[in-house]
Design a binder for this molecule. Structure first.
Ligand code: ZN
Length: 662
């Protein structure tokens, strides 16, 4: 069912989609524009990319204490087994290994439940014996793989249970209770600098020493994970001479300093210098970053990525931001709620050149760092959209049957296929660069007046601002939209999503909870309720030739009047801005509860059935490009060339060999 998008690149055929297995789909992303970087910049990217790959084993160990041993065992078998590789059991073994690779461990990367192998313990024992791998395995390891009760969940968040004793992540030595760990870190916080608190515990494992007292094993050059960290440091050092400016050199030096000492104040200093370096085209993060993998939210998983600015797309957001005041002045909201001096936010659009650690293979498409609250408050943050990953998602979505299933007719579908991607990107830009920054509160209004409804109303405000302006001649004049009709594709997909297709992420019987989803439902249902002549849901008979001569009735969105739809968005934007500016909690509650929360059970069931029939993978991840380095006779780098020729398994096996440190 995979419909491959193909293009020619450097003589090799390129496909955005690679393998599909279990609930996963592997995609490739392109680093177009890399060839236009200078040799110096390419060399910098390469050294930083190596540093981003060398931390891989750290994450595997953080995710669970047996992950690396299990990976070494499975890879040995996969490489050396000479028997029947086509039988059902071996196929199941292969899927298990690929799922472990994808998750950087034996637990699902998102749900965090342990994988249950679909092959038997006896079969694995045969594979071990036939490949001479018995030294790589013992009873404990087999129990960890096969006993569903052992290490069942990587991150347990269930209230009322001891979150550490019931979580399999490796941030706390086994047997340390939640109460003990919390007491340990509370005490540290008491002693620390209250105004500029470091992120206590983020770069260490908490263990019990011989006297039974708790202490930290710090992740640093001569500490825990030192073997991996020394490789990272060495590539960071090699990168310094190729840095684009002095500030960038200081950023890398400060990071090395942090890896050497493990000192958390140095880490904060590194992030401050990183925020302040805005001149370079190349940027990167490398280190202990996000805390989602620790049930207590203290310990940071290792991640690394390297990127360069997508100058064309960033110009687009800058062109928009430069006109921020024009957009503010012409918006359909009451002038009392408008900003007199409006500044757009410049969010950079970047291209990922390498993904590593906790950003690989599953990756975020937007990143905002650092995470320290006081650093953000005093120095701000950097926000990026990773354009080439979004592009890969878009390309993979073409022809997967989703639009064909849910879009009402051929004309609408063609419009979406032609302009959908460009308008989606524009919608995101308008939302981020202008929407959130527009408007003002009336004097004396509490910013938290809308309480639990605040974030839904805020997202609705930014979305409506974007929807309203997508149809504006101004965007055509700014050469942001290709023509005056392109916006119709975004209007259709936005409403279709809010009314129907976003429901695929909701379990049957549940309401909508997440703020962005609530906001989309709110806008879509409000518009249908108030402007039925602009848009409506209809039932259509479709031929089900596969199941005989039966016809099936399916629900579709039908848009009859796009310009009236724009009027509807304008009216709702004005009202939502009023609610925000005046802090009208009652009106916010009424709007959200009436239009944004409830799910039509019959429609939900229908959408789920239609989605399931498409057999799409709910989770996606990325294969990295492979960089080939050309050198002259003295060993000096003369060029760096990206290739897209590895399969998922090839890349995993290569990483396992080339970047094995722990
Ligand atoms: Zn937003």
């Amino acid at each position: 069912m995979n419909n491959h998008e193909e293009a020619l690149t450097q003589g090799l055929s390129f496909s955005y989609q690679d393998e599909r297995f279990a609930d996963l789909q592997l995609l490739r992303y392109r680093v177009d524009g890399f060839e236009t970087l200078s040799l110096r910049q390419k060399t910098l990217v390469w050294h930083l990319s190596e540093a981003a790959l060398w931390g891989r084993d750290i994450l595997w160990d953080q995710n669970g204490r047996y992950n690396l041993s299990i990976r070494h065992l499975l890879e040995h078998i996969y490489k050396h087994y000479q028997g029947d590789r086509e039988c059902q059991s071996f196929k199941q073994f292969e899927i298990y290994l690929k799922r472990v690779w994808f998750s950087n461990g034996i637990h699902h990367h998102y749900a965090t439940d342990k994988f249950q192998p679909e092959f038997s313990r006896e079969y694995l024992t045969i594979l071990i014996n036939e490949t001479g791998a018995s030294s790589l395995c013992d009873e404990t390891l087999l129990n960890v793989i096969f006993d569903p009760r052992l290490y069942a969940k990587r991150v347990n968040q269930s209230q009322g249970e001891d979150l550490l004793l019931t979580s399999a992540c490796n941030y706390y030595e086994e047997g340390i209770t939640q109460a003990e760990a919390e007491a340990y870190y509370d005490e540290q916080k008491q002693k620390g600098d209250r105004r500029h608190p470091v992120m206590f515990g983020m770069n260490s494992q908490l263990v019990r020493n011989e006297q039974g007292k708790l202490e930290e094993r710090v992740w640093k050059e001569d500490g825990m994970y030192g073997e991996a960290i020394r490789h990272i440091i060495s590539h960071l050092e090699s990168a310094i001479p190729y840095a684009e400016n002095e500030k960038q050199k200081e950023v890398i030096r400060t990071l090395i300093d942090f890896y050497r000492t493990g000192d958390l104040a140095t880490f904060d200093l590194y992030t401050i210098r990183w925020i302040q370096e805005t001149e370079g085209i190349i940027d990167f993060t490398n280190g202990f970053t996000e805390v989602y993998g620790d049930p207590l939210g203290l310990k940071a998983s290792w991640e690394g990525y390297v990127n360069f600015t997508d100058q064309e797309k960033t110009q687009r957001t800058e062109r928009m931001s430069a006109e921020a005041q024009w957009f503010e002045d012409h918006s359909p909201v009451d002038s009392r709620f408008k900003k007199a001096a409006c500044r757009g936010v410049s969010a950079k659009v970047i291209k990922a050149a390498m993904l590593g650690g906790d950003l690989y293979p599953s990756s975020a498409i937007g990143i905002n760092l650092p995470n320290s609250n006081w650093v953000r408050a005093e120095y701000g943050s950097k926000s990026v959209t990773i354009g080439n990953l979004t592009e890969a998602y878009d390309k993979a979505a073409h022809g997967n049957g989703f639009r064909e299933e849910f879009v009402i007719d051929e004309n609408t579908l063609q419009n979406i296929n032609s302009y959908g991607d460009v308008c989606d990107d524009l919608h995101t830009d308008l939302h981020e660069c202008l929407g959130h920054g527009s408007g003002k509160l009336l004097p004396g209004v509490d910013p938290d007046a809308l309480k639990a409804y605040g974030s839904t109303i805020e997202e609705a405000r930014a979305d409506l601002f974007a929807l309203y302006y997508l149809a504006d001649q101004k965007l055509v004049d700014l050469h942001l939209t290709p023509n005056a009709e392109a916006y119709q594709s975004a209007y259709y997909t936005y409403l279709m999503n809010g009314l129907m297709t976003q429901l695929v992420r909701i379990e049957p019987g549940n309401n909508i909870e997440e703020a962005h989803m609530r906001n989309r439902a709110l806008i879509a249902h409000w518009v249908l309720d108030h402007y039925p002549t602009a848009a409506t849901l209809v039932k259509q008979q479709t031929d089900e030739s596969s199941s005989g001569s039966k016809t099936e009735s399916k629900t579709f969105l039908r848009i009859d009047d796009y310009s009236l739809l724009r009027t509807a968005f304008a009216e709702l934007l004005a009202e939502i801005q009023r609610i925000k500016s005046e802090g009208d909690l009652q009106a916010a509650e009424h709007l959200v509860e009436t239009y944004g929360v409830k799910v039509d059970k019959a429609l939900h069931e229908e959408v789920l059935t239609r989605y399931r029939a498409l057999n799409l993978a709910p989770y996606k991840g990325f294969i990295n490009p492979r960089y080939e380095v050309e050198r002259d006779t003295e060993g000096k780098i003369t060029d760096v060339i990206p290739h897209y020729d590895e399969t998922f398994a090839q890349q995993m096996l290569r990483y396992g060999e080339e970047y094995r440190s722990l």
